[in-house]
Design a protein. Structure first.
Lengths: 426, 290
């Protein structure tokens, strides 16, 4: 049996809701007096919902899993599923409410690379500081120093104060330190969002090496391409529960949506991000022109959407986003603005033209938004996984080609406009 | 699920905070290199982008001592147990400043290091300990200067200053106690300031007032003469015997009420212990609330 490096056993983490700290003692007194007299807290953000105050919010509930030497484990789940909490618990930033985590060896976390860098110190000095913050002895860092400097690609600036570094250099140095310090468990959370493409690839390779050389990697990313490349096992988390522990392929499927192709949906019962769907809620969706959610290329999807609003709102829109099976959003469209009255139930009949969308399977996201002055959107309700939609491949339209989404993406542009030009006209 | 039976297989066990006495000193020892690097960092940063650099370490106590000498000595005419005023004030001042700096800085541990603590784990106690160590280095620089002045005065004909060798040998103990007392109070406050930030402001103000309740700018013999009824309360201040003792060691003033020193020592150990316990308790979940 492979050697165990990490065991997470029946871990639960709860936070108290609504306990934002008063900045100062007098503000604290103020808030306390106001609550005593049943008034609004003067220090609370305007419009904040107080109905959940004092309740415990369970970020992670009764979660158990383990990692062995050589495991590259992906943690997947939508926002609020508990991924970050789990990483924070394993890296000991906060203590669990229940359960126990056991670690063999050293944990290095890339929750945010380059933490503890002091801007006034040079790159070299910061390698030592950062390394020892991550739990290295001075002698160990000395041994690895050349390797770290080489990996960071910033040899020539290594004796320059870090405050003169670009953000890219900052990340490179931070990653170089953390990845080269030979941790037994390496935790990465979206570290690859920065840095150029070459360096990203280099980091991925390094992480694969770390896993192959008999250590364990815990990786959190919304980028399914890197997850598929790096990880050999995946956990799927949903609302603080561990729903699945197994292959990366299956976890990506779970993450990209349940693959539901029903043509009548009870939207009311679907889960939403926190605080959405409270004052306005989508209730039901019925597809009008398909029995299995399959559509022809350049076809149209027609459906009826019923919703309810507790407030009057002008300039409301329904927004539809298509997401591909790598969880990347592909396209967005929305209705024109419409008005609703307080307490009104409304039904919309919507036609969505699929023109230009390449053949393939897509997950549909719905949002009810209103225009905000300045160009943003207010989100009243949103559902990340309404269901799946399939655009059928039509070789006739594609001039005999089968669409390869992996190579060509998800947008089918119009055929190129071309004409042959006589030779002598040059 | 615990598969590896051997008890020592796991290097780390993360559990909910349970008891109050859940302090991992072995862990702290493993991070001794970090403490040393943090001290070095503090020291290096003094040099960066300042004109006078490390000279600030001595400028500050010298100027303060000069002001004390003029205001409390020459203008107010407070007694100094017959000692040269400059030496009298300087001795009290550097010892007091060491204590006060330790207290002030460690009391802000969680606030100043929030961003770091949110991202990565290391024994949180290494931060305040490093702070105390770098304050100690500053103190030694000032102390060397002080010794210089003491020697100058002691070499004059018919010196009033004479060294008390028995007490001088106790200097390391005094410094340890000053540091522990400052650290103890500081980490108690930092464990409480997780809720209210203005406590930290109150602290620097409070420490300033505290100085006047300690024989820094006057001798405690003055209290004995002018307000003997207050003396019992006055000597409860754990800093009083310490400052008096420190001055006696190098100036040879008579050290009154040595028996109160034991009380001071007891209080130091107690406060330090309570501080470490409170701090270790707070560090586990403080990042959820700061």
């Amino acid at each position: 049996m492979a050697e165990r490096l990490l065991e997470v056993e029946h871990i639960t983490k709860r936070y108290m809701l609504g306990v934002i700290n008063a900045r100062t003692f007098t503000q604290g007194l103020n808030s306390w007096f106001a609550r005593k007299r049943g008034r609004d807290d003067p220090n609370r953000k305007i419009g904040a919902d107080t109905s959940h105050d004092g309740e415990l919010f369970t970020a992670v509930e009764d979660m158990s899993f383990a990692a062995d030497r050589g495991d590259a484990l992906a943690l997947m789940g939508r926002n609020g599923a508990g991924k970050s909490t789990i990483l924070k618990l394993i890296s000991r930033i906060t203590a669990p409410t229940e359960g126990e985590i056991r670690i063999h060896g050293r944990v290095a976390s890339l929750l945010e690379v380059g933490t503890g860098f002091h801007p006034e110190l040079t790159g070299r000095e910061n390698i030592f500081l950062n390394g020892s913050i991550l739990g290295m002895r001075k002698s160990e860092i000395n041994k690895k120093l050349d390797e770290i400097i080489e990996f960071s690609e910033i040899e020539q600036f290594i004796d320059t104060p870090v405050k003169r570094y670009s953000s890219g250099m900052h990340v490179k140095l931070g990653f170089a330190v953390a990845a080269n310090l030979a941790p037994d468990v390496l935790i990465c959370d979206e570290v690859l969002a920065v840095g150029d493409l070459n360096f990203q690839q280099k980091c991925l390779n390094k992480m694969t090496d770390v896993a192959r050389s008999g250590r364990a990697v815990l990786y959190v990313s919304h980028n399914m391409r890197t997850v598929a490349q790096l990880c050999n096992r995946a956990l799927f988390l949903d609302h603080g529960h561990l729903e699945y522990d197994g292959t990366v392929e299956r976890a990506i499927e779970l993450y990209s949506g349940a693959g539901n192709r029903d043509v009548e949906r009870d939207l009311d019962a679907m889960t939403r991000p926190r605080r959405r769907g409270e004052i306005m809620r989508m209730l039901r969706m019925v597809v009008l022109n398909s029995l299995n959610m399959e559509f022809q290329q350049d076809g149209e999807w027609r459906f009826r959407l019923t919703g309810r609003s507790n407030i009057a709102e002008q300039n409301l829109r329904l927004r539809v986003i298509l997401v591909n099976n790598m969880i990347s959003p592909v396209a967005m469209t929305q209705t024109r603005a419409f008005d609703v009255y307080a307490g009104e139930r409304f039904t919309l009949e919507v036609g969505l033209s699929l023109e230009g969308i390449a053949p393939g399977e897509y997950t549909v996201r719905f949002s009810l938004v209103s225009d905000r002055i300045g160009g943003g959107s207010n989100y009243y309700d949103s559902i990340d996984d309404v269901g799946q939609l399939v655009v059928l491949d039509d070789p006739v339209v594609n001039q005999g080609f089968r669409w390869e989404a992996r190579l060509w993406g998800n947008v089918r542009m119009r055929p190129l406009d071309m004409a042959r030009v006589p030779e002598e006209c040059e | 699920m615990e598969t590896q039976q051997s008890k020592n297989y796991w290097t780390t066990r993360i559990r909910p905070k349970t008891g109050w006495f859940d302090i991992d000193l072995v862990d702290l020892w493993r991070y001794k290199d970090l403490i040393w690097l943090l001290v070095k960092r503090d020291f290096k940063l003094i040099y960066k982008q300042t004109i006078l650099g490390p000279a600030w370490i001595v400028i500050q106590p010298l100027l303060t001592t000069l002001v004390f000498t003029v205001v409390f000595g020459n203008l107010a005419g407070l007694p100094t147990d017959g000692m040269p005023r400059f030496l009298f004030y300087m001795g009290g001042n550097i010892a007091w400043q060491f204590f006060a700096n330790c207290l002030n800085r460690t009391s802000r541990t969680f606030i100043t290091n929030r961003q770091l603590f949110e991202k990565v784990y290391f024994p949180r106690l290494s931060m305040p300990i490093a702070t105390v160590c770098s304050q100690l280095i500053n103190f030694f620089v000032q102390f060397a200067l002080y010794i210089g002045f003491v020697v100058v005065y002691a070499l004059r004909p018919n010196p009033v200053v004479h060294l008390n060798w028995r007490l001088i040998l106790l200097t390391p103990l005094m410094l340890l106690q000053l540091g522990m007392l400052g650290l103890g109070f500081g980490i108690i406050i930092s464990s409480v300031t997780k809720k209210y930030r203005d406590l930290a402001l109150l602290v620097s103000f409070g420490v300033h007032l505290w100085m006047y309740a300690t024989p820094v700018t006057y001798p405690s013999s003055m209290i004995a003469q002018k307000a003997p009824e207050l003396l019992g309360v006055y000597m409860l201040n754990p800093m009083t015997p310490l400052i008096e003792m420190f001055r006696s060691a190098y100036l040879g003033t008579e050290c009154l009420y040595m028996n109160y020193y034991w009380l001071s020592l007891l209080m130091t150990v107690l406060i330090f212990g309570v501080g470490v316990v409170m701090f270790s308790h707070a560090e586990k979940t403080i990042m959820d609330t700061v």
